[in-house]
Design a protein around this ligand. Structure first.
Ligand code: FMN
Length: 224
């Protein structure tokens, strides 16, 4: 696919067919992502690809602990509630998704159900847990490096007909994820990417989220 078309057409997928993504295809996707640049070529990333019973136990444990504790247990420093323009953008994409999914803004039950789906990584057949080397925990570059890896991964997946949603919800209870996926102590859990073949008749999969324009983002200096 043309690069511009690939970038513009990719969107987060939150409704999946149950069939597994073949390991060979996942290998290919990860190989593409591994070509991402990183600070001084340190390549501080690791991924743990989980499916089947392991992923089901992560979903169950993540959901159960979120319900009982009501509190996230992440391994990274995370934002609290977004405010101002960030909150507005968050609300806008939520409104787009809720409308597509037929969820009433004031319908607590439906919203709760959507949140629970998020804790289960939208029942995707695969989850790719992104980690960095713990020794670089205090290096902002390492998170930046993993971010580039993850974006390349979701684009490579989309290019092969595999949908994905980068998500924090599925690893809110990171200690469960660490235990079930056997993540070594020298790696820090940062993010996960749910993956699978997109459901066709799932309107939330068709939501095109909005973007700021170049004028709003870029300031040019010394061009005149
Ligand atoms: C770091 C990160 C964390 C995210 N966490 C979640 C999440 O927990 N649940 C979710 O539904 N989407 C999550 N997303 C997906 C974003 O909501 C999505 O990328 C954004 O709304 C833009 O939509 P698009 O991916 O369809 O272009 C996350 C994305 C990123 C980059």
């Amino acid at each position: 696919m043309d690069f511009r078309q690939l970038v513009f057409e990719r969107r987060s997928i939150r409704g999946y067919k149950p069939e597994r993504v073949p390991k060979e295809l996942l290998d290919e996707i990860i190989e593409v992502a591994a070509q991402s640049p990183s600070s001084m070529n340190t390549q501080p990333w690791h991924v743990h690809v989980v499916t089947g019973d392991v992923l089901d136990r992560i979903r169950a444990g993540n959901t159960e602990r979120m319900i009982t504790t009501g509190k996230a247990d992440r391994e990274i420093r995370s934002h609290g509630r977004y405010e101002g323009e960030h909150r507005e953008r968050q609300k806008r994409v939520a409104a787009q998704l809720f409308e597509a999914a037929g969820i009433g803004w004031d319908n607590k039950e439906q919203r709760q159900d959507w949140t629970m789906r998020g804790f289960r990584q939208f029942d995707a057949p695969v989850s790719v847990i992104g980690c960095i080397d713990r020794v670089l925990e205090d290096s902002t570059e390492a998170y930046f490096d993993l971010g580039q890896f993850v974006h390349a991964m979701v684009l490579a997946a989309w290019d092969r007909g595999v949908g994905a949603v980068i998500n924090g919800q599925g690893i809110m209870q990171s200690s469960v994820v660490r235990q079930e996926a056997g993540i070594p102590d020298d790696q820090l859990i940062v993010i996960t990417v749910a993956m699978g073949f997109p459901l066709d008749d799932f309107p939330a999969n068709d939501v095109v989220s909005e973007r700021r324009t170049v004028d709003q983002i870029a300031s040019y200096h010394g061009f005149d």
